[in-house]
Design a binder for this molecule. Structure first.
Ligand SMILES: [Zn+2]
Length: 414
């Protein structure tokens, strides 16, 4: 396989999770009786541009199905994050009723609702029908397509160019990253600004976050690789923020590279960009050895998780999980956990309840189940929402229940 960005042949392995079904391919009572399709799940590193990427496999159409069940609005902390961002960026870029804001991967309108609320014209791009419908219910305009150069050209021809393009947690999820970035450069007005949020590869490695690997997550990005991908596709990085979301993310600010003397705060931003590039360099991200230990860390977490679940079984302790999210599926399928060791997972999203996790086939139940069963342990699968979930489920302490996280190491706490 060749690098998705620079076409260099790939040979350096980063992570091999065997095989897994698409992480959002939840099963219902009918499909539970049908076979599932499992795809190899391997990550490789490009030794020229340092882009970490999943190995090629079936096309995205098989992955992003009509019943795609991830709705951003189900996380209170993520909504708060979106609201704060909109407030800041509207002020910083002086957005008003004459501006145009575009969000790519607008999901259920979790963010654009705040742009609309500030009376700034906006529209979203979202290929998934169920989330697009939820966004329209909020009164938002949604273009229901995959984004790239082809769609950007059509939008520009229809005078839909943007002062601000927002791309949160989508850059890592597109198979053709060059086409995506070139599309953003094209859709921006001459002095437009684009911001991109994505999990930071440095934090993924330092935090042993191997469970953020899944098929739909094609790229694992460092600022080093992003600068090179943007440069090749008509954008220049002007600033970067470090965020705590998704276990440690970057928000990269970019402008068209044909706009010299751009009014966006260039000088201060440049020093922040340089600082993170230097941090990546001193961590060794431009050398192969940085990437070689990750597999062993994933295996360690798998063993710790299994050991704990087996001990619960032996001690006749009741355990269940919270959060039917993609990263949980990666952990459970790599660890070979099934409903006999982990009998249920609670999720707040009614669209997921009464379904089953892909691969492990663990049933998804509503939160009332937790109060009925009164488990000794609740394994929080989305460890990035640890504080939010612990606060929400504080009542399990009433019956002596304890929380467990598996990443970066197995930890039991009350
Ligand atoms: Zn490359």
């Amino acid at each position: 396989m060749k690098c998705r960005h620079c076409a260099q042949p790939l040979s350096l392995p980063f992570l091999d999770l065997g095989s897994a079904p698409p992480s959002n391919a939840y099963l219902n009572a009918t499909t539970l009786h049908a076979p599932e399709v499992w795809f190899p799940l391997r990550l490789l590193v490009c030794e020229r541009c340092w882009l970490v990427q999943t190995e090629d496999h079936a096309g995205r159409d098989a992955l992003f199905t009509q019943d795609y069940a991830y709705f951003s609005s189900f996380s209170a902390s993520w909504l708060e994050h979106a609201r704060n961002y909109v407030q800041r960026v509207a002020k910083q870029l002086a957005l008003d009723a004459g501006s145009c804001v575009v969000e790519i991967a607008a999901n259920d309108g979790y963010l654009l609702q705040y742009v609309q609320g500030a009376n700034i014209p906006c529209y979203g791009i979202e290929p998934t029908a169920s989330t697009a419908a939820a966004a329209r219910n909020k009164g938002l305009e949604i273009v229901e397509r995959f984004f790239g150069v082809a769609l950007a050209s059509e939008l520009v021809a229809n005078h839909r160019s943007a002062d601000l393009i927002i791309a949160n947690n989508v850059l890592a999820h597109v198979p053709d990253i060059n086409d995506f970035v070139a599309g953003v450069a094209q859709l921006l007005k001459p002095y437009g600004v684009a911001t991109f949020e994505f999990p930071h590869l440095l934090r993924m490695v330092n935090g042993c976050q191997f469970d953020t690997a899944y098929h739909e997550h094609y790229s694992y990005l460092s600022l080093t690789s992003v600068v090179s991908i943007f440069k090749a596709n008509g954008l220049q990085v002007t600033d970067v923020d470090e965020l705590s979301t998704h276990g440690g993310s970057l928000r990269v600010w970019a402008v068209r590279d044909d706009q010299q003397g751009h009014p966006h705060e260039k000088i201060e931003g440049a020093s922040r960009v340089r600082a993170i590039l230097e941090a990546e360099n001193s961590a060794g991200m431009r050398g192969a050895s940085f990437y070689r230990n990750f597999q062993a860390e994933a295996l360690r977490i798998k063993c710790e998780t299994l050991r704990f679940l087996l001990q619960c079984r032996e001690d006749v302790k009741k355990i269940g999980a919270y959060g039917a999210a993609a990263k949980g599926n990666t952990l459970l399928n790599f660890s070979g956990v099934r409903a006999d060791l982990l009998p249920w997972v609670v999720d707040k999203n009614p669209a997921k309840q009464n379904q089953f996790l892909p691969g492990s086939r663990i049933p998804i139940v509503d939160e009332a189940h937790l109060r009925r069963v009164q488990p000794d342990y609740v394994l929080i699968l989305p460890w990035n929402l640890r504080e939010e979930v612990t606060a929400q489920l504080a009542y399990i302490r009433d019956w002596g229940g304890k929380f467990v996280v598996a990443v970066p190491r197995l930890e039991v706490f009350s």
